[in-house]
Every structure is written in structure tokens, then in C-alpha cells.
Design a protein around this ligand. Structure first.
Ligand code: ZN
Length: 319
């Protein structure tokens, strides 16, 4: 989605802060990435030094692209962890070691732009809504399956963020109320059965002589027909399919979009999820919902961060 830098459409800056790297993207109204840059996050540096580096690199990118700051809608930031979107503050991010980091205040002061901050799963749903393949869809749920599991819910063209920006903790719904205890305190959470971490752990228990196996290797082994790997993937698909069925029953979406590292390998997991939904979902609802893999790449978080500035006009357009 690259295009020439002399594009005169207005644009927004989208920043996706990951545990190891940060992606900065300049995104125009059509969802084209005019330019992007990646910097290491280096959480050990602390937030002050990090935000300083982030400002300098973002400014460098804007200068390099020779784009007019006057037509910039604002600066969006996607991050893992607990956020306070109204204050554009990261309240707590375990992967960054951050507590009460006022990202909006720092970036806003530096660039003189409005800063909008959100949780990465929520903003990935925003990216799907504003720039994904389903243009007319106003009700969709983005589900990410990677080391953990999360969801972003768009209902009636609005992001369901909850009272404290904490909605969409899909990985922590209990699939087995008497199951083993999860790190969150609840028992038998979906994440314990179907995340990348869970897939790797189950494979380790089945394939005793490979303690270092990753979820990606399990997925690849399943694609080549390995019985143990197939069993692990089918179990993960069974739990994900059942969890997603609950999401469909609660929110009646038209579209479920699946993303995250675990969803990128092969079709077995996707097939398993689809067949469980068809088997378990309420008649009439299951015929109306489409399930597909995301078509947006690794830039999805940054696209969603920028997409916050184009969301309201998309909702008006399609209503
Ligand atoms: Zn949990």
C-alpha cells in the first residue's frame, strides 16, 4: 500500500509500540502508507528516553516525506496493556515495564497535534473497520491469537472499549470453570487452551523429546500431517471456535477477522474454528457471519492507531 509522497490527501500518524520494536507509519485518508519506520523499543531504557527517541524519529520521517503538518489529522498510538484513552496515558504495560506513562502529553507537546491512544487489539479492529476488506460492515470483531489472545469489538460502527478501556479481554473468558488457574486469577481461561503459548506447551507434553518447540513449528508439523501436532491444533481450534461462538451470540457481528502470529500458518486451525462455529452457533446467526483471516499485514496496529482519526466519517458514510 505504498504511494508517492506528493499525495495531497490529509493523513494521520500511526504508531504501534510493541515489546521489542515500534512501527511508525504515515497513513493517508485512503489507508495508503506514505512512509514508515521501525525503531527498537528497548524497554530497559525507560519511558522518558524512549519517547524522546520516538519523537525524533517521527519528526525525521515527516521531514523526509516532505508532507505538510497542517493537513495532519493527529497522532494515534497503539500499545499493549491497560490504557486510559481519554487521558492518552498507558496505565500499565507489563511488556514495557511501564506504569502511568503520559504518552499523549509528551507527543502532543512535541508535535502540537491531538494524540489518541488505544489498546492494540481494539485498534486492530479499528483498522479492519476503516480500511479492511469489508467496506459496508459496521459490526465486526477482530480476534488476535499470538502469545496471548485478545479481541477488538466494533458494534454499529463504534468501538466497544468499555468504561475503563478494558473491553475485549477475550483470552480471559473461562472455558472450563474448574480448570487450572490462569495468571489473571480466573480459572480455565481460553488463553490457557488456544494461545501460541498453550499450543507450544501442549506439544511439549506430547512430543517429549523436543522441549524447545514453538507454536509455529507445531502448526507446520500439523500441515504436513503429524498426528500429535494435528491433535494439538484441533484442540486449540475447538476452544477458539467455542469462544468465538460466544462472541457471535453476544454481539451478532457480520464478520469475524482473525489475526496474530498463530493465525498466519496454514489452514487447519482456521478450518477447525469455522467448523465448530457451524456446529455450535445458533441457527440463523451462523449463516449471517463470515469468518476470515486479516488481509492487513504487520502494520495493522499502526493503521488502526491512525484510523481513529478517520473512523467517524466512515461511520457517517456507511449509515
Ligand atoms: Zn486468564
Amino acid at each position: 500500500m505504498l504511494s508517492a509522497s506528493n499525495d495531497m490527501e490529509d493523513y494521520a500518524i500511526g504508531i504501534d509500540i510493541g515489546g521489542t520494536k515500534t512501527l511508525i507509519a504515515i497513513v493517508n485518508r485512503s489507508g495508503c502508507i506514505l512512509g514508515q519506520s521501525i525503531i527498537p523499543t528497548n524497554p530497559n531504557d525507560g519511558s522518558v528516553l524512549y519517547l524522546e527517541r520516538l519523537c525524533v524519529e517521527t519528526e525525521r520521517l515527516i521531514t523526509e516525506l516532505r508532507i505538510d503538518v497542517n493537513i495532519c489529522r493527529g497522532l494515534g498510538v497503539a500499545t499493549a496493556g491497560v490504557v486510559d484513552s481519554a487521558a492518552a496515558t498507558v496505565k500499565y504495560a507489563a511488556n514495557l515495564g511501564w506504569r502511568q506513562v503520559k504518552v499523549g502529553e509528551v507527543l502532543g507537546k512535541y508535535f502540537g497535534l491531538q494524540v489518541k491512544l488505544g489498546n492494540d487489539a481494539n485498534l486492530s479492529a479499528v483498522a479492519e473497520y476503516v480500511w479492511g476488506t469489508a467496506k459496508e460492515v459496521k459490526d465486526l470483531i477482530y480476534v488476535t491469537v499470538s502469545t496471548g489472545i485478545g479481541a477488538g469489538i466494533i458494534s454499529g460502527g463504534r468501538l466497544v472499549a468499555g468504561a475503563d478501556d478494558s473491553a475485549g479481554e477475550f483470552g480471559h473468558i473461562s472455558m472450563n470453570v474448574n480448570g487450572p488457574q490462569c495468571g489473571c486469577g480466573n480459572y480455565g481461561c481460553l488463553e490457557m487452551y488456544a494461545s501460541g503459548t498453550a499450543i507450544a506447551n501442549s506439544a511439549k507434553q506430547l512430543v517429549i523429546n523436543d522441549p524447545s518447540i514453538t507454536s509455529k513449528e507445531v502448526m507446520e508439523a500439523a500441515e504436513t500431517g503429524d498426528d500429535s501436532a494435528l491433535q494439538v491444533i484441533r484442540t486449540a481450534g475447538f476452544y477458539l471456535g467455542n469462544g468465538i461462538t460466544t462472541l457471535i451470540h453476544l454481539f451478532n457481528p457480520k464478520l469475524i477477522v482473525l489475526g496474530g502470529g498463530v493465525m498466519q500458518t496454514g489452514d487447519i486451525l482456521l478450518g477447525e474454528i469455522e467448523s465448530i462455529i457451524q456446529e455450535r452457533c445458533i441457527e440463523g446467526m451462523k449463516q449471517r457471519v463470515a469468518v476470515r483471516r486479516t488481509a492487513l499485514g504487520k502494520e495493522i496496529g499502526a493503521l488502526g492507531a491512525a484510523g481513529q482519526f478517520f473512523m467517524s466519517e466512515k461511520t457517517e458514510e456507511s449509515s
